[in-house]
Design a binder for this molecule. Structure first.
Ligand code: NAI
Ligand code: MG
Length: 350
């Protein structure tokens, strides 16, 4: 198991330390961790947020563990040199098109969600967001209208292959869960969505055991807050998924709890917490490492087929939270290291 470790900036460094301690506590055979710079750290050392030596490591590794990037000292740099470009560059280089963001209620934390405890307690869903198409990657620019007005434009487009490959991932994910898939679009208005719905319905023929439904994105956004327990897997395009997944994460309780995986055709993946480098708390030792640790669990599951080990980590994190070892994001006092200690201790006891 050759893993590229890209801790990045701010709290990325702090949470990665705990994540690696947890991985090491599993005593996995042939675990090889290799570090490289990414983000602002890489810019300061090598003049680029995603330098060639980091890319070479990413290409040779079996999976990538990514902390976070973002450095206020880089705010005035040209766009292509900003730390955040490293995330987009990595996704592109690794051809990852499927972003998996699970959101699940943790026992004992229901009262910390922005939703009513009984509503929050029922959350157990997976958002599957398409990563390479949509309005983010279509033709875009600025022009002047005939009337002399400044105009900006971004073209939304999807081809059928882009839709069907993510739809297959979504149906397969649903098969491994509660076998319900809700595809989210805006087919009452958008042509991309009409095609999206058509292709998803065609792919559904291969998965007769999965119950498929379609929902307009505005309704989906409302339903996520009203009754998130109704969802199992939600399949969406890039922009709707971007927004809905942030919304879903806050329904659970804290941004410090949610992990993600970005996957392509093979088993190689990019695993990272959904949060950023949190410069406001960096260096204080109070970041919650749970999202990073849970990202490592997703890596074991998706890149290495190690379901039992993934579950051991997820159970340990859930037990630590339930025991009341809470970071400052959840109103507690536990430090980054204390949370890591507690997860390692649970693993050793299990
Ligand atoms: P952020 O996610 O870094 O922080 C938002 C808020 O949540 C902050 O108050 C922070 O203290 C808190 N927070 C985040 N993670 C936490 C954790 N593990 N434990 C405790 N509290 C936590 O988002 P923000 O502030 O908008 O962005 C900061 C920098 O991170 C920016 O440069 C941004 O571009 C970058 N960013 C990078 C991402 C990535 O590397 N994938 C994703 C999102 C933002
Ligand atoms: Mg986002």
């Amino acid at each position: 198991m050759h893993i590229a470790v890209l801790a990045g900036d701010g709290i990325g460094q702090e949470i990665m330390v705990e994540c690696l301690r947890v991985l090491e506590a599993l005593s996995l055979p042939d675990l090889k961790l290799e570090h490289a710079d990414v983000g602002g750290v890489a810019y300061h050392k090598h003049g680029h947020p995603l330098p060639p030596e980091t890319l070479a490591l990413v290409h040779s590794a079996d999976a990538v563990l990514f902390g976070a990037v973002g450095d206020p000292a880089c705010d005035n740099l040209d766009r292509h040199l900003r730390p955040e470009q490293a995330v987009l560059g990595l996704r592109k280089e690794m051809h990852t098109f499927a972003n998996l963001r699970p959101a699940k209620a943790f026992a004992g934390l229901e009262g910390l969600s922005a939703l009513k405890p009984e509503v929050a307690g029922a959350i157990d869903l997976l958002i599957l967001r398409e990563l390479t198409g949509d309005i983010y990657f279509g033709d875009k620019g600025r022009r002047t209208t005939d009337a002399g007005l400044r105009e900006g434009y971004d073209i939304m487009s999807y081809d059928e292959n882009e839709i069907s490959r993510i739809a297959h991932v979504a149906f397969k994910s649903a098969q491994g869960r509660r076998k319900k898939l809700c595809s989210v679009d805006k087919a009452n208005v958008l042509q991309t969505s009409v095609l999206w719905r058509e292709v998803v319905n065609e792919v559904a023929a291969d998965y007769p055991d999965v119950e498929l439904s379609h929902m307009y994105v505005d309704n989906a956004s409302m339903q996520l807050v009203r009754n998130p327990g109704q969802f199992d897997v939600m399949l969406t395009g890039n922009i709707f998924g971007d927004i809905l997944s942030d919304q879903a994460s806050m329904c659970v309780g804290s941004i410090g709890l949610l992990a993600s995986a970005s996957l392509g055709e093979g088993t190689k993946g990019l695993y990272e917490p959904i949060h950023g480098s949190a410069p406001d708390i960096a260096g204080q030792g109070i970041a919650n490492p749970s999202a990073m640790i849970l990202s490592a669990a997703m890596m074991l599951r998706h890149s290495f087929g190690m379901e039992a080990e993934a579950l051991r980590i997820e159970t340990a994190v859930a037990e630590v939270l339930q025991a009341g070892v809470l970071g400052h994001d959840l109103g507690g006092k536990a430090s980054t290291t204390e949370i890591g200690d507690a997860v390692v201790a649970r693993l050793s006891a299990s």
